[in-house]
Every structure is written in C-alpha cells, then in structure tokens.
Design a protein around this ligand. Structure first.
Ligand SMILES: Nc1ncnc2c1ncn2[C@@H]1O[C@H](COP(=O)(O)OP(=O)(O)O)[C@@H](O)[C@H]1O
Ligand SMILES: [Mg+2]
Length: 343
C-alpha cells in the first residue's frame, strides 16, 4: 500500500477518510492497523476489497502480489473478493442472513468460490465449521444464526470468509463486540488459522494492547494518515511519533492487553472534512513547533520503522520501565500469542 487516499463528498464538503496510508504486508504476516474511531481504518481496508461506495475517490496504490487493486474494474475485483482477500467485520449478526441456516450460508459461499457440487460443498462446509472449532458442527449446521452465541456466530462468519481460501484475511474489529474471554478465543482461532493455512491477517483494532500481543508489525493511523509503522516490539521500545507515545503512555503492561478503549488524549481528532494544515496531530501535540505547520512526510527513518513527525528524535526514548514491550515477548519474531495461549 502506498500513499492511499480516499475521499468522499458529503454535504458538498470533501471528507478525507484516508489521507496517506502506506504499509507492506508479507505472506503469512499479521499486521495490526490501529487508531481511534474515524481514523480511516475501515475505509482503508474496504479499498482492498473493492467495497467502497461509488462516491469514493481513490488515489495511491494497493498492490496485491503484483496486481494493482486501486481502480480495478468491478467484475475483476469481484473475483478477488473472497478468493484472495476476505474480510470479517465487527458485528457477526449483520454479516449473516438471519433467515438462512448457517450450513446453507457456508455452502453457498463455498459454491461461489469453487465448482464443487452441492454434496461436496456441504462436506466442505462441515469441515470449515470444524476448522473454526464450532462446537457440535454437524448439529449447528442446521441452525439459524439467532440460535448461536455471539462467539459462535463470529466463528461461522470466519468460516464463510475462509470458504474461498483467501490469502489475506482482514479482521476489522472482529472481536470488539465480544466479551473478553470470547475475544481471546477468537484471537487464538485467527492465529491458529494463520499458522495452519499460511494466511496473512490484517488485524484492525482500536486496541493497541491487542495489536501488540498478536501482530508482527503495527501501523498507527491518525486522521486518515499512517503516522507510525514499525515491528511491534520496535514500536514499544523506540516510539517516535508523539501520538503513538500518547497511546502507549496509558497502557499498563503488554502482558495484560487492556482490551478497552484507547486511552484518552486531551482534545479531539480533527474533522476529516476540515483537516488542519500541516501535521494533523499538531493541535494536540505537546512538542509541536512552527515547523509542524508543514505536514511531516511519512518516511522510513530506520530500517522497517516509519514515522511522520519532524521531531521523532525528541520523542525517543520512552521510559524503558514504562514501555510495555520491555519485558514481554510479543509476536515480533514468530507470531506468538499473548499469555492467554492458543489452544
Ligand atoms: N461512505 C462514506 N461517506 C462519507 N464519509 C465516510 C464514508 N465512510 C466513512 N466515512 C468517513 O471516513 C472517516 C473514516 O471512517 P472509517 O474508516 O470508518 O474509520 P475507522 O474505521 O477508523 O473508525 C470517518 O470520518 C467517516 O465518517
Ligand atoms: Mg472501523
């Protein structure tokens, strides 16, 4: 992804939903995209799926294995959707058809992506339900979404997402609506699937703790922009963007991800229809200078570590004792889960 920009026109005003988003994603990698509500995470992800409303204007580049997704015509992107890239959303209820048995929904998804006949697709559907550890998969096959718990419904949604054997799964706040225990179980499931199927995962979250525990690399978004991007461990050891530091400041320890809201930072993120000149974080930043009236470029200042701040040198170092990465060993090297394990 390079310098992705997405604008909408709303009430005659231009809304800069995504305003400069860049990152790389390797095969089988887990990448976390974090940011406050409204920072452009979902719009950035929907671009990859070709799921933006027609009013959206998109520029920049999103290359997937050598193919440019930005500007791809709808019939082509329809093939990609589901078979190469699939997306799981926050609310599993809305992703499922309430009037259809879950078995039928998965079977149809499989048939959309393969030429299996109905019987073979049904077998595959049961297999997928087992793969996502839906309890009593054969019996649940004949049930309707309302008969399942929220966690089970999300497992079904994930099974449907896997129907086309995608190489990239985007989980957009996929666990945010679930209770903490179920969240951890769904996260473990995603990690297991990533390992077993070799899928890459983009984990979208407003929860920095969650991202830190599971992802190899983290992109921090602010007002539609990527403002810092680094390997998870590096980010906690050597944070460079004042906004990221502010987020980190209020996380007690990495070992116990907060699973809560982002910590409060005084002031409000800017209105995407009226972005300030220069650095969008400037009005809330405690180290800004006149220089910040000019937007800082998002640059790779150190290998693998990007940030958009004129004063990145000044932000470092954080207090090592306070840095959540100090004692934990998160996913940085091998995609290892947090302490809750991955049974
Ligand atoms: N279809 C749309 N038309 C106009 N504005 C939109 C549309 N979709 C999203 N936006 C705006 O784009 C911004 C980013 O939204 P979104 O990507 O959903 O944020 P996030 O997922 O980080 O919470 C928000 O200000 C939102 O109101
Ligand atoms: Mg969102």
């Amino acid at each position: 992804m390079r310098d992705l920009r997405v604008t909408f026109t709303r009430g005659g005003r231009r809304v800069h939903a995504v305003n400069g988003l860049s990152y790389d994603l390797s095969e089988g990698e887990i990448l976390a995209i974090i940011g406050e509500s409204g920072s452009g995470k979902t719009v950035g992800a929907r671009t990859l799926m070709g799921l933006l409303p027609p009013s959206a204007q998109v520029s920049g580049s999103a290359m997937f294995d050598g193919t440019e997704l930005v500007g791809m015509p709808e019939p082509t992107i329809r093939h990609w959707r589901g078979s190469e890239i699939a997306m799981v959303f926050q609310d599993p209820t809305r992703s499922l058809n309430p009037t259809m048995k879950i078995g039928t929904q998965i079977t149809e998804a499989i048939r959309q992506h393969s030429d299996l006949d109905r019987a073979a697709a049904r077998d595959r559907a049961v297999e997928l339900l087992k793969l996502v550890h839906l309890p009593a998969a054969e019996r649940r096959f004949h049930e309707y979404p309302h008969q399942l718990s929220g966690g089970m419904r999300q497992r079904v949604v994930i099974a449907i997402a896997l129907a086309g054997e995608p190489r990239l799964l985007i989980a957009d706040e996929a666990t945010s609506a679930l209770d903490v225990t179920t969240q951890a179980q769904i996260m473990s499931l995603l990690l297991e699937l990533q390992e077993r199927l070799g899928m890459a995962i983009i984990l979208i979250s407003h929860d920095l703790g969650l991202a830190a525990s599971y992802a190899q690399n983290v992109v921090v978004m602010y007002a539609g922009r990527a403002v810092e991007y680094a390997p998870a461990r590096q980010l906690f050891r050597d944070v460079r963007m004042p906004y990221t530091r502010a987020l980190l400041g209020a996380i007690p320890q990495l070992e116990r991800p907060s699973h809560g809201q982002l910590p409060v930072i005084s002031g409000q993120p800017p209105d995407p229809a009226a972005l300030p000149e220069g650095c969008p974080f400037r009005p809330r930043c405690d180290i800004s200078t006149d220089k910040c009236a000019e937007a800082p470029p998002f640059l790779e200042h150190m290998p693998g570590h990007w940030w958009a701040c004129w004063h990145g040198e000044a932000v470092h170092p954080v207090d090592p004792a306070a840095a959540p990465g100090a004692s934990a060993s998160p996913a940085a090297s091998a995609g290892v889960a947090g302490e809750d394990g991955r049974s």
